[in-house]
Design a protein around this ligand. Structure first.
Ligand code: HSE
Length: 430
């Protein structure tokens, strides 16, 4: 057998330890598939003495992760440290600068610095691989970069955050409100102590911007992703959605035309006959619609040591085989610089929910705002008094431009009739 691919691994948390365990368990099969063995030769982590259930004595221990880039025995570097900047970015720059292929699971870093790193990889003739950065174990980067490479992609969208899907699924199953379910998820370890990156949609936005670049041949534009998380979804929204034949899901959605790139993370209503409505708990799923292949549906675990290690080692297998193609499926120089799309012209049906004072004229006020903005109402439900005496008004609109809905909501902004911010969720179209 030929020389092994020698790997330096930065970060020995659950995923890093998972990578070591996976290579230990499946090494022989991996070597047959890759054409040569994959061998971890050096590791770096914060705490050397921590028991990770793996034997570390066989590896060189390096205290400073950035030093791994200079490890003379390593051909490739794996980064599982995390963080958009700091040590992870320093390691990426050093590894690629030293002519070593680089594998990362770091969505924040790829979302913020992917273009720079891809440029460095291309100019050094080495690989930059990040399958584990989007939807954990689901091979969606390979799916878009390789499997669907012959297609014009019309849109890419999906459930990109397991924490949010877990919370929304549990809210639906138990009819309880967001804050209660989140607190329980934190107690059980399903949600982080500081859950904001997940709950406020930032993690999903990182992943969406990576998918959008790949799908549309566009320069990454994380700053242009419009993000709304799930904090304002209430149990009654989920119940109303269910009564109408929908489930509430936090979706990342991207599409592009010649003029602009649309990227948004937002809770949406998903029809029950769409496969995304049946993605439960912390599972992730991505849909890509290609002009020849049709609808592709990728589903699986978006996090966890096994699934994420599976994606990391798949990237290492590519590198062992000598697959060094462009990180964004086309050379960086060929990526289009697309401005953010004008979302006002997007057409669709929408769910709007108002929590209002129970007094004469409130419904007329809402209806007048809709009329004045040119929003046509398809259905309207008013539910009786809530604990604080307010009532809930849920509206589904006919299809129309988004700008009209935005105008109607703007007109109602600050109205004393409204007891809280209105909730707006677009309905996913086929
Ligand atoms: N925290 C993420 C999630 C997994 O809840 O899906 C890593 O991005």
């Amino acid at each position: 057998m030929t020389e092994p691919l020698r790997v330096a691994l930065a970060g020995l948390g659950t995923v890093g330890a998972g990578v070591v365990r996976l290579i230990d368990a499946n090494g022989e099969l991996i070597a047959r598939r890759a054409g040569r063995p994959i061998e971890v030769v050096a590791v770096s982590a914060r705490d050397r003495s921590k028991d990770r259930g793996i034997d570390l004595d066989r590896f060189d221990w390096v205290d400073d992760p950035a030093e791994l880039a200079r490890h003379p025995g390593a051909d490739a570097v794996v980064e599982l440290v995390g963080g958009a900047d700091g040590p992870a970015l320093a390691l990426a720059r050093a590894a690629l600068g030293a002519g070593k292929s680089f594998v990362t699971a770091n969505k924040a870093m790829v979302a913020h610095h992917g273009l720079e790193l891809a440029r460095a990889a291309e100019s050094g003739g080495v690989a930059l691989k990040y399958e584990a950065a989007v939807a954990g174990g689901i091979p969606v980067i390979k799916g878009l970069r390789e499997g669907a490479a012959a297609n014009v992609i019309d849109r890419v969208y999906g459930i990109l955050n397991g924490t949010c899907n877990f919370v929304l699924t549990k809210m639906e199953a138990e009819g309880r409100d967001f804050a209660e379910i989140l607190a329980e998820a934190q107690r059980l370890g399903y949600a982080e102590a500081d859950p904001s990156t997940d709950i406020d949609g930032v993690d999903a936005a990182h992943k969406l911007s990576i998918l959008a670049s790949l799908a549309f041949g566009a320069q990454p534009a994380f700053a242009d992703v419009v993000v709304t998380g799930i904090r304002n979804v209430i149990a009654a929204d989920i119940a109303e959605a269910a009564a109408l034949g929908y489930r509430v899901r936090l979706l990342g959605m991207a599409d592009a035309d010649g003029k602009g790139l649309f990227q948004r993370v937002q809770p949406m209503l998903v029809p029950l006959d769409h496969p995304l409505a049946h993605v439960l708990h912390s599972t992730n799923a991505v849909v890509a619609e290609g002009n020849f292949v049709g609808r592709l549906f990728f589903q699986g675990a978006g996090a966890g040591d096994g699934p994420t290690a599976s994606a990391v080692v798949a990237d290492l297998i590519d590198i062992a085989r000598g697959e060094f193609g462009p990180p964004y499926a086309m050379p960086v120089e060929a990526l289009a610089a697309l401005p953010p799309a004008d979302s006002g012209e997007r057409r669709g049906r929408d769910y709007l929910r108002f929590t209002v004072a129970d007094k004469v004229g409130v419904l007329a006020e809402i209806a007048a705002a809709m009329r004045d903005a040119g929003v046509s109402i398809e259905s309207l439900m008013q539910r009786g008094a809530m604990a604080d005496g307010s009532v809930l008004v849920a509206i589904v609109t006919h299809e129309g431009p988004e700008r009209c809905v935005a105008q109607a909501l703007e007109k109602l902004r600050g109205s004393p009739s409204l007891k809280s911010e209105p909730m707006w969720m677009p309905i996913l179209s086929d």
